[in-house]
Design a binder for this molecule. Sequence first.
Ligand code: G1P
Length: 296
Amino acid sequence: MRNKVTKAVFPVAGLGTRFLPATKSVPKEIMTLVDRPLVQYAIDEARAAGIKEFIFITSRGKSALEDYFDQSPILEQELRKKGKLDILEDLKSTNMESGAIAYMRQHKALGLGHAVWCARRLIGDEPFAVMLPDDVISAEKPCLQQMVEAYEETGGNMVAAMEVPYDKASSYGILDVKDDMGAMVSVKGMVEKPNVEDAPSNLAVIGRYILDPAVLRNLNKKQTGAGGEIQLTDAIAQEIDATGVYGYRFRGQRFDCGSKAGFLQATVAFGLARDDLKDDLRGFLDSVMQIENAAE
Ligand code: G1P
């Protein structure tokens, strides 16, 4: 029997400079998509995949994130008193069990690989997931759950993968594919943010990973890669001939909420998926498009 994946690492130490001035006082992960902070979508997805322990790699200025995961007894009491039971239920669904959540500070911004390495003692010697909350994935079956099911067959290391336009390859970790089996590919190489002309394919790594603890040992070497940072991609690539690396083409739509355009698109898409909002929002979007078209 393969070890179950029950721990997930959420690297949330980034400064969020692309969203300044908003992120001067609000951590990016707390910014709201419709009515839930970005990070809640990642937590919900992790829970659906069977994750029981949530490890956040934070940095200075992220205390609002820690507060968000606290229980809110006064708020709950008020809602109960006022009979606002649906809101109460929604609020309670975000509560985390005591001891299920841990925060670890990354003292220096040395890269994604370094952020994940900071969690090594909490992870120990078992497979674990990594989720980048900036990548929001809307899917019938949550992306990490799809991956956990596929991983039960393969073991090794698995990264979420998606075809991107070739001219965007330099923004991603890119896979060099050995065998393409459709939903799954086996990998013979991985490069972090290659020059467009050097990209081995246009199959990009998206922010969901299931990793063997050997990756943490590779990160012990603290080798720097693209951008002078300690890259997770490089530590995973070192496992290609050892524990094996697979790319998994998930079913679902990915939004890059690390960019303003992606965040806006996600807001519209998630708004349109909500029964309580979709009619108003669709009417509004139609009228905006009519005005746009008339102006052309
Ligand atoms: C990170 C990873 C990269 C991956 C990307 C997905 O890059 O380093 O391999 O393709 O996330 O969103 P970042 O976007 O943090 O620069």
